[in-house]
Design a protein around this ligand. Sequence first.
Ligand SMILES: NC(=O)c1ccc[n+]([C@@H]2O[C@H](COP(=O)([O-])OP(=O)(O)OC[C@H]3O[C@@H](n4cnc5c(N)ncnc54)[C@H](OP(=O)(O)O)[C@@H]3O)[C@@H](O)[C@H]2O)c1
Length: 282
Amino acid sequence: MTRVLVTGGNGQVGRAFAKLIPAAVVLDRRALDIADTGAVYRAFEEHRPEVVYNTAAYTAVDRAEAEPEQARLINVDAVVNLANAARDNDCLLVQYSSDYVFRGDAGPYTELDRTLPASVYGRTKLQSEVAARASGNRYLIIRTSWVFGDGHNFVKSIVGAAARHPELTVVDDQRGRPTYAPDLAEGSAALVAAGCSGVYNLSGGGEPGTWADVAEAAIQAAGLTARVRRVTTAQYYAGKQGPVAPRPANSELDCSKAGEAGVNLRPWRAAVAEYVKELTQS
Ligand SMILES: NC(=O)c1ccc[n+]([C@@H]2O[C@H](COP(=O)([O-])OP(=O)(O)OC[C@H]3O[C@@H](n4cnc5c(N)ncnc54)[C@H](OP(=O)(O)O)[C@@H]3O)[C@@H](O)[C@H]2O)c1
């Protein structure tokens, strides 16, 4: 059996891997801080992984605008550690990247389209791709979008808010495709099994939607009646405190390259329905 190590084990995708591959070594931040070079090498020595899924990341998109060094440390410098250790141990590094590497004015985006991140987070994720392939190691970079699963995410927040309020105000001018963490983990493992390397887009299937569309789908799946008031990003953030990162207006990922490798994630609406059912039953 392939020896698998998963970093960021307490995150949405990390938890999905723990369920998908029970034999995998799944380490949360306390067990392995990927920014700690010595700890990374010790983990490779101890567990001898053949594949590392690096799901650990700095994912606070707005906060990153105020603390770019911290975002860079985890999303870039730490990935250099993993790439070096992967090279020295003949291990495949699977690195997650984001739709936010694109500017968002020309989607859907293929793997070959020009990247031009608008935010600190997006820039660090693009640099994470460079870091993941810079050491001469074997690598697979998976760009995904709008992830929801076991953890904090938009779908869960909406279901909670819809249970308390008759109307929710939701952004309606950002377009993309939500991705269910368990589907992403399964699709990632399938790309690895198919021997894929390089860069792949992998997001939920179906027609893209806006955050307002996702909210309506989640509310409906929960059997709630809250209305969605559709607003622009500018209207939503007017008067809000704290840093706000610019986000792409259209970050739809074209996933046909993964499709050609036999990997297609189910339509996001079906995944939202399943996730919300689990949420409301637990
Ligand atoms: N979420 C999205 O919408 C989205 C969209 C596109 C791409 N992605 C990418 O997909 C990947 C997985 O995302 P996710 O949604 O699973 O993120 P997540 O739920 O925020 O989980 C990230 C995990 O990384 C851990 N972490 C942070 N710094 C670390 C460090 N120095 N060492 C070890 N672990 C550390 C965090 O630990 P703590 O729990 O201790 O904070 C957290 O558990 C990331 O690369 C992300 O950039 C996510």
